[in-house]
Design a protein around this ligand. Sequence first.
Ligand code: ZN
Length: 296
Amino acid sequence: MLKTVIFCEHRFMQILHICKQGHQQSATQTAEWKIKSFAARDQPAVNKLRKNKMAIPHITPHSPKQNHLLAALPDADFRRLLPELEAVQMKIGQPLYETGSQMRHVYFPANSIVSLLYVTRNGAATEIAVIGNEGMVGVALFMGGETTQNPTMVKSSGYAYRLKESVIKEEFKHCESLQYILLRYTHALLAQITQTAACNRHHSIDQQFCRCLLSSLDRLPSNEVSMTQEFIANTLGVRRESVTEAAKKLQSAGLIHYSRGHIIVTDRKGLESEVCECYSVVKKEYDRMRSDRIAA
Ligand SMILES: [Zn+2]
């Protein structure tokens, strides 16, 4: 039996401590997920738990097959790629590519989330897509581009598996299944980018905030999102005060519980009723991508 404890990530994911207030209602399942999550991405934190003789149940390491594109590969193709896949830790705020930089790897997130951004000359950033375990970061590499105009940044910590530029180019040329999977994914990613452009122009910050939360939840193993309001404001390209206001409204409505960079979605259905159409348009496209693969 687990102790009912919750580990709070109040300063991104660096600090681990037992939260003595609040969260007590959160049950064993949540505690178990948090421990698993730390186990996957923060070995020193797990060692600290062991030293203090605290329970660490069923540690689940990250795995390449957590990524849906890698998991969709025929077994022979997956096994050929496996020695080339390098596990890398992804820390929130970490850049993967800078604007105009040479791309050396593609990344398949296992349990992390990456933001694809557009940054203006005066440094203002706007998120144009999110990429998690449904996809891959670096499509420009197999589409013929060597550099990217869109910087990418880790939005939620965890792990990803990366492949060298030379490997992905060679595999894309010769592996029919990988080629199909990546082209189909690129189509879905373009749909997301298109929809995000429309959302940024036509929908309210409250709706965009809901979309941000739901699209993160879809790529995470629980109902908890670790992001500060400032971080969310930066990725949405809006003022932090606007995000604070949006978070307050959702908390008052009983849809989320927000505390210092830690958001628990307490009523997902309610959140879905508040979000704009963009969320379901993009979700349907990714669902269609997955069902196409099954049918293929
Ligand atoms: Zn929208």
